[in-house]
Design a protein around this ligand. Structure first.
Ligand SMILES: [Fe+2]
Ligand SMILES: [Fe+2]
Length: 177
């Protein structure tokens, strides 16, 4: 069941705020990014703990972002023009690819400095995505929210129009438009 559209917009905003907050937390975990290129060069005594934290935070961020894309795709069903839906889902695929590359860095390389560089790129991509795709989606959802519900209001108008037509009682079903 899809939520009422006002709730959908609220959910989108909440998810975006959480994703950005997670990015801030990931970036804040490493204080060595300006001085080293690889975690192996880090001499901080807490290196293992910090790597574990970053790993967990990044995996959580990837999961939250993928889930958010799926939720937006669900909100789009029947609510937006097909062209927007196709382009928006394609843009989500591009972000998913970027997230996948970060996951590869975590699994194969273990260089969290590099992984956080990837998070910087994702951050820039998300800011553009919010502006270019999510804002238009929110407008479509808000328009749907304001539009008369099909059926009930359309049917009422149709009956009242029939009522003023000679030979009609006003209670006939609407003819298709
Ligand atoms: Fe989106
Ligand atoms: Fe979004």
């Amino acid at each position: 069941m899809s939520p009422v559209d006002g709730d959908a917009v609220e959910r989108i905003h909440r998810d975006h705020a959480r994703m950005l907050e997670m990015i801030d937390r990931i970036r804040a975990e490493c204080g060595q990014r300006n001085t080293i290129q690889h975690c192996n060069d880090c001499h901080a005594p807490h290196r293992a703990v910090c790597q574990g934290n970053i790993d967990q935070l990044i995996r959580g961020f990837i999961e939250a972002t993928m889930k958010h894309s799926l939720i937006e795709s669900m909100f789009m069903d029947d609510k937006v023009p097909a062209a927007h839906r196709a382009a928006h889902n394609q843009a989500h695929m591009v972000i998913a690819q970027q997230l996948k590359s970060i996951r590869v860095v975590l699994s194969e390389d273990g260089n969290y400095v590099h992984a956080i560089d990837g998070i910087d790129e994702i951050h820039a991509a998300l800011i553009s995505h919010f502006r270019d795709f999510d804002l238009p989606l929110e407008r479509y959802l808000q328009e749907t929210d304001l539009a008369p519900q099909s059926g009930w209001i359309a049917g009422t108008r149709c009956i009242s129009e029939n009522a003023s037509t000679p030979g009609h009682t006003g209670s006939e079903p609407c003819s298709p438009r």
